[in-house]
Unconditional design. Structure first.
Length: 274
């Protein structure tokens, strides 16, 4: 039984500030270790329920945050930037389930610790088939394309709620309750890991009833940018249609192709956003 894990960082219990999850930050080393322990808790819980093989795709920032020798169960580690499928690189139909570990809320939703949607300097909101979507909902397109269920998501309370429309049966492990974009009430790290371990175990045991993401096809991503220049640049990509000064639409009946088009928009607009 193969499990694909996409690990972000902002959803880790205790993290509420950018300096805690950037390599240049003085506290990064400590919070990096907390993230590793949450990823390992997910691996250990799944293994106890029968999972035998794991691939961890490091999906935060420069995507090289985890220490390979610290990963549980000899998990494979996919790291580094410029991945064609970005946060979902490495997923294919051979996997039995997907875990999203340490995910965060969307830029346009309720207050969520360190909320953003791929690039906070460029993207103000993303909707998937009319529903506000964070990174988890957008990333679920790739899981749908490969017909692999997303069965676990960990992070704050807002993240869990935003993901439910796309994968309503997924186990949601809430390790902190957001107070604002820069404050949260977090569980003790040991308790957070216990809940993640239990959630992963339950998710794998219930895998027989799991289904791919509930996203109707053809699907449409509606992306609202922070300024008109960014929206104009996005239309340089084939299939991206301008809706108004700040908004574009991308529609496709192939969810993986739709995701790749979105990632291309993100990478292209990053040039002038930063």
């Amino acid at each position: 039984m193969k499990i694909f894990i996409s690990s972000d960082m902002e959803g880790t219990a205790g993290i509420v500030d950018w300096e805690q999850c950037r390599p240049t930050g003085s506290q990064y080393g400590y919070y990096r270790e907390l993230l590793e322990q949450e990823v390992n808790a997910a691996i250990e819980g799944a293994a106890a329920a029968g999972a035998t093989e794991f691939l961890v795709n490091d999906s935060h920032a420069a995507m090289s945050n985890l220490r390979p020798d610290r990963l549980a169960r000899r998990a494979r580690y996919l790291s580094g930037r410029h991945k064609p499928l970005y946060m979902m690189q490495g997923l294919d139909p051979s996997f039995d389930a997907v875990f999203f570990v340490s995910y965060h809320g969307s830029m346009s939703g309720a207050a969520s610790a360190l909320s953003h949607t791929y690039n906070p300097r460029a993207i103000a909101e993303v909707r998937l088939n009319g529903i506000a979507a964070g990174e988890a909902g957008i990333n679920a397109l790739v899981a749908l394309g490969h017909r692999v269920p997303v069965v676990l998501i960990t992070g704050d309370d807002v993240t869990a709620g935003q993901f439910e429309p796309f994968c309503p049966a997924a186990e949601a492990v809430v390790v902190k309750t957001s107070v604002s974009r820069f404050a949260a009430d977090s569980l003790h790290p040991e308790q957070a890991r216990e809940l993640i371990r239990d959630g992963a175990n339950t998710a794998v045991r219930n895998l027989g009833d799991a289904a791919p993401p509930a996203i109707a096809l053809p699907a449409t991503l509606t992306v609202r940018f922070r300024n008109a220049d960014l929206a104009e640049m996005a239309t340089w990509i084939a299939g991206v249609i301008r809706a108004d000064d700040l908004t574009v639409h991308i529609t496709d009946d192939d969810p993986v192709r739709l995701y790749r088009a979105f990632v291309t928009v993100v990478l292209l607009t990053r040039g002038i956003a930063e």
